[in-house]
Design a protein around this ligand. Structure first.
Ligand code: ADP
Ligand code: MG
Length: 619
């Protein structure tokens, strides 16, 4: 207590050396912050190559060299001054900003808490110049040597702020933070070659890539599985556009640490937009898993405020809701692509071919694919033609075909001929060869072998149909010949009483009969034949579980998912070939059929080439 500085009686303006140090605290918390600022400057300089060297986690030295436009001799002494910038002239310039920097305070902040030096040379001038501080803390410029571009050297970070220096973690932890920043930032300059050295030894060397061929950079930052299977995104709306890549739901992380969202080239953190993306993956991801994405959102600079925080990691949108909905919509549609264009790849081994080219097509094309499939299910028509009797019989059987109100099958019966492929063409998932251990369907298609987890796939097909029906005509119900009595707890009975209407909308006609008994009078037609008691108990358990937490939409989806699980064919049920084929056709036209409702893959393709490799044929 006694060591506290007593409150002064008079106000005084602090000397600049002190105020600079205080201000630096906002921008420079740890070496990774310094790295980010210097790296941004290098990108803004138009460099095509940036070299980084880190010593002792950045505390001893952080050196960034670029081959950009450089700083003219006369300007060098202004670079480390607060609010000195070449990027804006007036506040209105923020509405048409084309650079990452604009506040003109990074170098000033860094210079306040380290020993900073800059060497720079501009095009057309023979000499380079060095900016350094003299012993009496004056900036001095003198001739030096280097090619066109700039080298910024930061030594002894926080040498004069012991409190900050004390809080630095181990060198390797600080290095990790710098590398994380390096990886993120490397995604906003794909066209720049990057060399990262630690203790003067090259750790990463990444060639420049193009957005058309981003594989190497994506692999370096997000790993091979992502790079191999990324789905290219392309979406547009008035005043908004988004490009980039997302992982299919079967490739995910347990942490949200592979999520990169750039707004007008700036890496930002935005809870609301992250939520939009997470929601787009809803019921496709394994519980608790996080999506992976690299998205570049471009908005009219006039509609955002970038000047929200000194570290520039946030922006404020004029209409966050519009942007939120836009992002959600684009990602949602990209994930909804039917299985026909989705290759598997859970099997993270080189023996299996990387994703098919079609998966890398821009989303627009995928959406088109989807739309045309919906309107004229050519493959389905072919099946109807080939297997008229059996398939029809199957459609009317209790498990797969009749699951839905007539509407979902209506297009089948139209059997459009215009788009029907020649009868030799195999549908994307081919024709069934048989069933393996009552769990998997084996099918042969043009590329090779297809394996389908029949319960998981059918669960997704049923779920999507239920969702569609719920949103449009309503879920068709089937009256039970004999109502079924189910014993429940008192609170479950109360739940039934309070939510009778909701259950009715879901095709379940439940009525309370006393405090611990309910009567089931009808179930969704799609589920006819399932064990009513187990079904109702599962539905009630699900409904009460989410009672307080989630939105009504989420709760309804959870219920539909529970219904779908009960309606889906169980393992060990023997299917006829035509039943298997009907399921394959259903999967082909069902959105998100590549994953079951819990995010596990439903279909795995093995190309002949990968099979040949397994058997070492032709080697
Ligand atoms: P800001 O980036 O917000 O303008 P900084 O303090 O980071 O502010 O940099 C101040 C100025 O120094 C920049 O506006 C730019 O003109 C110049 N500068 C800094 N780093 C570089 C670089 N690597 N290449 C060219 N110019 C640079
Ligand atoms: Mg800057």
């Amino acid at each position: 207590m006694s060591s506290r500085i007593k409150k002064r009686a008079r106000i005084q303006q602090l000397p600049q050396s002190v105020s600079n140090c205080l201000a630096a605290g906002e921008v420079v918390g740890r070496p990774a912050n310094v790295f980010k600022e210097l790296f941004e400057n290098a990108i803004d300089s138009g460099a095509t190559q940036i070299k980084i060297n880190v010593r002792q986690g950045g505390a001893a030295a952080l050196i960034i060299e670029d081959n950009g436009e450089g700083i003219v001799e006369a300007d060098l002494k202004y670079a480390p001054l607060r609010y000195a910038t070449s990027k804006i002239n007036q506040i209105e310039d923020l509405t048409c900003l084309g650079t990452l920097g604009f506040r003109g305070e990074a170098l000033a902040s860094i210079a306040a808490v380290s020993r900073l030096q800059i060497i720079s040379r501009v095009k057309g001038v023979d000499d380079a110049y060095q900016l350094l501080r003299t012993d009496d803390a004056q900036w001095q410029v003198k001739p030096a040597h280097r090619l066109v571009g700039t080298t910024v050297e930061v030594f002894d970070l926080f040498y004069n702020v012991p409190a900050r220096r004390k809080f630095l973690r181990t060198d390797s932890t600080e290095l990790k933070h710098i590398e994380q920043s390096f990886k993120s930032m490397s995604l906003c300059c794909l066209d720049v070659e990057l060399i990262f050295q630690n203790q003067d030894r090259v750790k990463h060397q990444w060639a420049a890539v193009t957005p058309e061929k981003p594989h190497a950079r994506l692999q370096a930052v997000l790993g091979k599985a992502f790079a191999d299977q990324a789905i290219a995104i392309e979406g547009q709306a008035p005043g908004l556009s988004v490009t980039g890549w997302i992982a299919p739901p079967t490739v995910s992380r347990s942490q949200p640490d592979a999520q990169y969202l750039f707004v007008n080239q700036r890496l930002i953190k935005d809870k609301s937009l992250s939520h939009a993306i997470k929601r787009a993956y809803q019921d496709c991801l394994i519980h608790g898993q996080q999506p992976m994405f690299v998205l570049y959102l471009t908005v009219d600079p006039d509609t955002i405020d970038v000047n929200v925080h000194p570290n520039k990691q946030e922006v404020r949108f004029e209409s966050l809701r519009t942007v939120h909905n836009f992002i959600y919509h684009v990602i949602h549609q990209a994930i909804a692509q039917p299985i026909a264009v989705h290759t598997l790849a859970e099997l993270k081994t080189d023996a299996f071919s990387p994703s098919a080219a079609v998966i890398k097509q821009p989303v627009q094309q995928e959406i088109k694919t989807h739309v045309s499939l919906d309107k004229a299910p050519a493959a389905v028509a072919t099946v109807d033609e080939r297997l008229p009797q059996e398939t029809k019989a199957f459609q009317d059987s209790d498990s797969i075909g009749s699951l839905l109100p007539a509407q979902s099958h209506a297009p089948r019966r139209e059997a459009p001929t215009i788009n029907t492929p020649p009868s030799t063409a195999l549908p994307p998932l081919g024709y069934a060869l048989g069933q393996l251990h009552g769990v998997y369907i084996l099918s042969e298609n043009k590329e090779g072998l297809v394996l389908v987890d029949m319960h998981a796939a059918h669960e997704r097909v049923t779920y999507e149909r239920l969702k569609k029906a719920y949103a449009s005509t309503g879920i068709a119900t089937q009256k039970l010949l004999l109502p079924v009595h189910v014993t429940v707890t008192e609170s479950e009975a109360n739940l039934v009483e309070a939510s009778t209407q909701v259950f009715l909308q879901l095709g379940l006609d439940l009525m309370c009969q006393g405090s611990e008994l309910i009567i089931v009078r009808a179930v969704p037609a799609i589920l006819k034949g399932t064990d009513v008691q187990t079904l109702v108990q599962a539905v009630l358990a699900e409904w009460s579980l989410h009672k307080t937490m989630d939105s009504i939409d989420t709760r309804i989806n959870c219920l539909l998912s529970t219904l779908a699980c009960h309606g889906a064919i169980r393992a060990n049920r023997t299917l006829s070939l035509s039943e298997m084929n009907a399921l394959l056709r259903d999967i082909e036209v069902t959105e998100r059929a590549g994953q079951c409702n819990h995010g596990r893959p439903t279909v795995i393709k093995m190309t002949l080439k990968s099979l040949d490799a397994l058997f070492k044929r032709g080697q």
